[in-house]
Design a protein around this ligand. Structure first.
Ligand SMILES: Nc1ncnc2c1ncn2[C@@H]1O[C@H](COP(=O)(O)OP(=O)(O)O)[C@@H](O)[C@H]1O
Ligand SMILES: [Mg+2]
Length: 313
């Protein structure tokens, strides 16, 4: 197949994505596909023919190392003459020429459904979740609201716009320690765990640097796992054990700072339970359906007519 791998982009996870996209491109090349590796933000400035952008064979593979620090996006914008549009020159033209676009994108512009919707508007086939799932999953407030409404446990939380709240007010709502995050980022960008009052202001401004919309969660003590889903089925569970601190940007992407145990060492019962919850929560559409059913169920008691209308919607 002729495959465009999209990576980079104008998101705080630009560098992480470049690495993912390079590895994906290499894997596809080794499988015998024709591959064009394109940066969503950079695009292609020259008028080179699209077919020249595709390559095949494994003689000259891609490589990219993630720097320790998160990228300075203002600098990236300056380097591109101040251009703020996240969809780079000729990206759509190149994607249209491929059989499929493999999304190696991370972070806001890439995982939040916008690019998926653009590709869909052009009738271009792409990998991964559809735009609805992306919109929901990339918004930590929205996804937690749906998960909670569907009856699953999620740490207590609230969202706010801006940093206009006192430490005492937060503690009253979710207790201490708590976690401050920008609502729509990934890769732990802007995430801090606050254990005392003197850490509060810097945590808020760190999150606010990424996004004005912030989520604050109760801190949950315990083992950390990731359950990935492929074709609606859970893959083996990975346990994440950072050697120091929590699973922040550095511990995620610098080699040797975190131990990943896969398959994670849990009892059969625990494993099955974690997989089941992940599979159910992953079905964002079905989670929405469950939420609607419960909502309607509660309404039923008060107003059966309205509940019926809501169900139809
Ligand atoms: N409520 C919480 N309790 C304990 N640790 C947390 C909590 N929320 C986040 N963390 C830590 O911060 C990391 C990043 O937070 P997460 O919400 O997963 O953001 P991202 O989407 O950027 O991965 C997690 O992997 C975990 O180590
Ligand atoms: Mg995470």
């Amino acid at each position: 197949m002729r495959i465009v791998v999209l990576g980079g982009g104008l998101s705080p996870e630009r560098d992480v994505s470049k690495k993912s996209a390079s590895l994906i491109a290499n894997a596809l090349l080794s499988k015998g596909h024709e591959v064009a590796l394109i940066d969503l933000y950079d695009g292609i400035e020259s008028d080179v023919a699209v077919k020249e952008l595709f390559r095949s064979g494994t003689d000259d593979l891609f490589s990219y190392d993630i720097p320790e620090e998160e990228p300075d996006l203002q600098r990236v914008i300056r380097e591109h003459g101040g251009r703020r549009e996240w969809l780079g020159p000729r990206v759509i033209e190149i994607c249209k020429d491929a059989d499929c676009v493999f999304l190696g994108l991370h972070g806001s512009n890439g995982e939040n459904g916008k690019m998926q919707a653009v590709l869909e508007a052009y009738g271009i086939r792409y990998t991964g979740c559809g735009y609805t799932g992306c919109v929901i999953a990339m918004d930590k407030g929205l996804s937690k609201a749906i998960i909670a409404q569907a009856g699953y446990k999620t740490s207590e939380w609230f969202t706010l716009r801006g940093a206009d709240i006192t430490f005492e007010q937060v503690v009253e709502k979710v207790g201490l320690p708590f976690v401050v995050k920008p609502i729509g980022c990934g890769s732990s960008c802007g995430v801090s765990i606050v254990k005392s009052k003197d850490e509060f202001r810097s945590a808020m401004s760190y999150a606010d640097k990424y996004e004005h919309h912030i989520i604050i969660e109760k801190y949950i003590k315990g083992r950390e796992i990731t359950v990935s889903i492929l074709d609606d089925k859970a893959l083996p569970i990975t346990e994440i054990i950072p050697h120091e601190g929590f699973y922040d940007y550095k511990n995620k992407y610098q080699a040797g700072l975190t131990t990943h145990v896969c398959p994670a060492e849990f009892t059969e019962e625990e494993t099955a339970k974690a997989k089941k919850i992940a599979e159910e929560e992953f079905g964002a559409d079905s989670a929405v359906a469950i939420a609607v059913r419960r909502f309607c169920g509660r309404m039923e008691e008060q107003n059966p007519q309205e509940a019926e209308e809501a169900r139809k919607v």
